[in-house]
Design a protein around this ligand. Sequence first.
Ligand code: FMN
Length: 502
Amino acid sequence: MRKNFFIFGISVLILTTIIYMFFDVGLLLILFIAIILGLGYANSIQHKHAILRNFPVLGYFRYLFEMISPEIQQYFIERATDGKPFSRNERSLAYQRSKDIDSTTPFGTQLNINDSNYEGIKHSIFPAVVKKELPRVLVGGPECTQPYLASLLNISAMSFGSLSENAILALNKGALKGNFYHNTGEGGLTDFHLQGGDVTWQIGTGYFGCRNESGGFDSIKFAEKANFPTVKMIEIKLSQGAKPGHGGVLPAAKNTEQIAKIRGVLPHTTILSPPGHSAFSDTKGLVQFVATLRQLANGKPIGFKLCIGKTNEFEAICEEMILQNCYPDFITVDGAEGGTGAAPLEFTDGVGMPFEPALIFVNKTLIRFGIRNKMRLIGSGKIISGYSILRAVALGADMCNSARGFMFSLGCIQALRCNTNTCPTGVATQDKMLMKGLVVTDKSERVFHFHKNTLHAANELLAAAGKDSFSDVDISIFMRGDEFSHLSDLYFPDNLKSVTHY
Ligand SMILES: Cc1cc2nc3c(=O)[nH]c(=O)nc-3n(C[C@H](O)[C@H](O)[C@H](O)COP(=O)(O)O)c2cc1C
């Protein structure tokens, strides 16, 4: 291949020189070819990249195509129901709701609804009236003195650092307009979160914003911020679905001077928050920490977020709560299918329990221990539509958080570059030039509309199921494809045998 490059390159150079001599073509062309040849020669003798060594110029196309592969997939290959983690249909729905334009679909479903994986709501012949007001849920157990009336749908944890300052500003302003909360993520509470929107302040293992010199928890710094009026709730992050047991990752490229100052770390280095907390190391310590934070926050709701791994550990937490007679005001259950700014593939693809079994397990365990009424359950894991909200509620959640849904409302195109600082939409980058593309005033409106229209769709589904309130919803309103074949076997074995067992 290298031989071909030299033969072809030198022939083109000789040919161009001849053309130049006889036909007066610009010297520039020869110069251009000479540069390409020089570059090709340099590549052919370098040792680092095999492709460029073998294909000194053409090899660059591989890098170019690899770079734009997600866009090529999306623009030319992907069908409406394809696309991962979110299909084109799901993304389009989020964009339409964010833009407050028609989000209906034409012609009928594109899903294979005779599949055993099909899931649907059992609608009622006598639908209820669709409520105009958006649903809210009171958070605050017996030990909470400042309960918070939260929206049923809120912005899930995403740090400043993983998202740009314009993205955080737009999220917070959208939350202010729509009266829902904005979770800070583990990167700390910054000025960008203080635009007036309600905030859930997340405390991760790095204790950013309430961190002492040695990286541990600082109760004085915590108390100061926890008592800001817009901080409505505090969430202790035990783990997140995309990387449970790993801890946070802020890639060096995104760790700017500004972020390093806020977090109290060295700029331009990769920041790994430890996998576990230093403020406690067992169930007893966790429950005590909940009590300590509630006291420091003057009775504001305190909860923790986790992705379920070993189920007996969660049962041990329940036993400890009962022993200490101390309960969190909420628990956030994050499914293993959850998103992240950056995580090792082994963790995103192979650790933690998915949303559905995790939520069912946590809900049932709390009921089994007789403590379900002490706290609220918040669910997160690909909540993007009214349907996914109703489904989460049916599985046991009182409320939902969405991270990537709100990213779409900010203009995210699922370019899958959150970890490279090159997010083309300015959402998940610290590059000032890219960030400029995200206009805060415009996108905060979209955040507001996405929330409002998605919850309205949930209200419509609730009414279609014949229910008046989300608290009346349980799993019995859902049906599954495998249920039909089972029922047909059961009740019409003779008639349908040929259909179900062919
Ligand atoms: C860019 C990004 C940053 C995130 N940062 C955090 C974080 O700081 N703390 C946390 O608990 N979860 C974090 N998450 C996880 C989300 O809060 C959420 O639990 C998860 O993505 C599931 O919700 P989704 O499916 O709606 O995205 C992050 C997710 C994304 C996409």
